[in-house]
Design a protein around this ligand. Structure first.
Ligand SMILES: NC(=O)c1ccc[n+]([C@@H]2O[C@H](COP(=O)([O-])OP(=O)(O)OC[C@H]3O[C@@H](n4cnc5c(N)ncnc54)[C@H](O)[C@@H]3O)[C@@H](O)[C@H]2O)c1
Length: 596
């Protein structure tokens, strides 16, 4: 029989504690909510009230249930109030000495059978447990932010945690409507170990002016379907907490440089820019604790975005290539009202591409998303050619030929001879340096990267890559074109992986390394990222979709260009590729897809 928890204590009512109180009280459990001072207690009370009021306003909680929820919570200053609770969850700041002091005190105050849990994200539960005389009753219960929303709980057992304590806590998680994964005590557990390298990398991109905060966040939301971008997430987590987590992970997790907090983080914490909780972090919020972002001096002006700052007028567009990307890009431009010249290496190829564009447009008609007249008009705007000479009077060329530098360079040299002055020349390369392609022409200032995502007609993101030679006008033109296509163009520097792949693939590679180290299973890791961080797919699901060979190639490029030891491809990934297990396309990757 699982232990009955009728009253629990929560210590620390900050970002996490207040949410954890809500989770218990919502599920009919009495809570003693403890803070260090009266003002801190009042802040915690206000957070709980704000959150439950929002739930009522959204129709997710009845008023009577909210009132009953509040009646179950008793607010107190000081740990002595916890003398008769069945379980305590500690959620004070991420400092080992503070947590150890609190656990020693809890050990003194609480009944001998009370379970003591920490919500730590990165500290050693084992080290916290030995501050008590009952390490076998100490466990990690790691909730995710915001606790009332995120379904996952990581249950962390140490080598001495009693099995019945683990079982009791697992049963409690089920009662709270949460999904738990039970794991051993390792820095960052599953989700944070995979998340924080990515977050820190994104902060580094921002710090080095590689891209703006808006563009970094939009790239990950629109390119990967994440619920929020990395910098907005840092603000939600709290920059002080994030700093401590990174610092601990760096020291406990093998001194991986990717976890060494980016210097900007420390500066922001020192300056009191802690994120949402202080009203300002990477973004500025309406007031401390508010989720509403307000414009500040770094917010791009709407007029600037619309005017496109020196953007050139584009009416006619050339698309070179006959593969999946070229086909999708032709469709996107034609649908948006541009005149399109498609150039392939022969009229037979042109016919195939033409058929593919027709088929795709027809699907839109069948699904009721495109009027027949609009389909016909779009097709009427495309002319088909097998010679580059037909690009003499276009305003923009988008190159989407095979991913080989020599081929692209030769093509750009020809475009340089054929195209009129002032044309913007764009490459869709996903892995080659745009500057190499640009220098094959006499007009590198007019060359940009336009990295579309597959399938181009569906994906809302385009990365606009500017090299050190690209002119502001060419960048502005590319961005304005993206907007006219109904897509979000994010501007970034010319580095391997641009924004999305550089942030995504190391995370996927880390997940493979975690599996390889037998820390957890593919299922639990996928669960953790979906239910703890709101990702649309877990890393192994995504790797099987993208293709293990493609993922390995991208990861190798990143490793070769950035020489970051932590980016070295996981040996398991290499072995699976060698074995021909490439993912869904070969019916086997991390999972067996032969029966699906
Ligand atoms: N922020 C997140 O996204 C997140 C997610 C999961 C886990 N965590 C972990 O949860 C814990 C709390 O993090 P947070 O982000 O909520 O921090 P926070 O700074 O928002 O809140 C900490 C709270 O603890 C209170 N406090 C400090 N000393 C205390 C004491 N002696 N007694 C009682 N209360 C005390 C503070 O007044 C503050 O309200 C950390 O271990 C963190 O790693 C954080």
């Amino acid at each position: 029989m699982a232990r009955e928890f009728s009253t629990v204590g929560v210590v620390g009512l900050g970002t996490m504690g207040a949410g954890i109180v809500e989770v218990f009280a919502r599920n009919g459990i009495d809570v003693v909510a403890v803070e260090i001072s009266v003002p801190a207690l009042e802040r915690g009370r206000a957070t709980l009230k704000g959150s439950t009021d929002r739930a009522v306003a959204k129709g997710k909680l009845a008023e009577a249930d909210r009132d009953a929820l509040h009646e179950r919570v008793h607010f107190e200053v000081g740990l002595d109030a916890l003398h008769s609770v069945d379980l305590v969850i500690e959620a004070v700041p991420e400092h080992l000495d503070l947590k150890q002091r609190i656990f020693a005190e809890l050990d003194r105050v609480c009944r001998p059978e009370t379970i003591l849990a920490t919500n730590t994200s990165s500290l050693s539960v084992t080290e916290i447990s030995v501050a008590t005389s009952r390490p076998n009753q100490v466990i990690g219960i790691h909730f995710f932010n915001p606790a009332p929303v995120m379904k996952l709980v990581e249950v962390v057992r140490t080598v001495v945690t009693a099995p019945e304590v683990v079982a009791d806590v697992e049963a409690l998680c089920a009662r709270l409507g949460k999904v738990d994964v039970t794991i051993n005590d390792r820095a960052g557990f599953i989700a944070n170990a995979l998340l924080f390298g990515y977050l820190n990398h994104a902060v580094g991109m921002f710090e080095s002016h590689y891209a703006t905060r808006e563009d970094i966040d939009a790239a990950m939301k629109l390119g990967c379907g994440l619920p929020m971008g990395p910098l907005a997430l840092m603000d939600l987590i709290g920059l002080d907490t994030a700093y401590e987590i990174l610092d601990t992970m760096y020291r406990r997790g093998g001194r991986d440089r990717r976890h060494a907090p980016v210097p900007l983080l420390k500066q922001m914490v020192t300056a009191g820019l802690l994120g949402r909780k202080s009203g300002r972090g990477f973004y500025t919020y309406e007031r401390p604790g508010s989720p509403v972002v307000v414009p500040d001096e770094a917010t791009p002006l709407a007029t600037e975005v619309a005017a496109g700052d020196g953007a050139r007028a584009i009416t006619k567009v050339g698309v070179v290539g006959s593969g999946t990307m070229a086909t999708g890009i032709i469709e996107v431009f034609a649908k948006a009202g541009y005149e399109v010249v498609s150039v392939t290496r022969g009229m037979e190829k042109s016919a195939t591409v033409c058929e593919a564009v027709k088929t795709s447009l027809n699907k839109g008609v069948v699904r009721g998303k495109l009027a027949e007249a609009d389909r016909d008009a779009a097709l009427g705007r495309i002319s088909w050619s097998a010679t580059l000479d037909h690009l003499a009077d276009v305003d923009l060329v988008v190159e989407a030929v095979v991913e080989e530098l020599s081929v692209k360079k030769a093509l750009f040299a020809s475009l340089d001879e054929i195209c009129k002055p002032g044309v913007v020349l764009a490459t869709t390369t996903s892995s080659l340096p745009v500057i190499d392609v640009a220098m094959a022409t006499q007009r590198p200032a007019d060359v940009v990267g336009l990295h579309f995502f597959n399938p181009a007609p569906v994906m809302p993101l385009v990365e606009v890559v500017r090299t050190i030679r690209t002119s502001p006008e060419a960048t502005a033109t590319a961005r304005a074109v993206c907007a006219a296509l109904g897509k979000t163009g994010v501007v970034c520097g010319d580095r391997s992986g641009f924004i999305v792949n550089a942030l995504l693939f190391p995370y996927l590679n880390d997940a493979v390394k975690m599996l390889e180290a037998s820390y957890s299973t593919a299922d639990d890791i996928d669960h953790a990222m979906k239910l703890g961080c709101g990702y649309p797919m877990g890393p192994f699901e995504l790797l099987d979709v993208v293709g293990l060979d493609v993922s390995l190639a991208i990861q190798r490029e990143l490793y070769l260009e950035l020489r970051e030891p932590g980016f070295a491809p996981a040996p398991l990934l290499e072995h699976l590729v060698t074995a021909g297990y490439l993912g869904r396309k070969t019916r086997r990757g991390f999972r067996d897809h032969s029966h699906r």
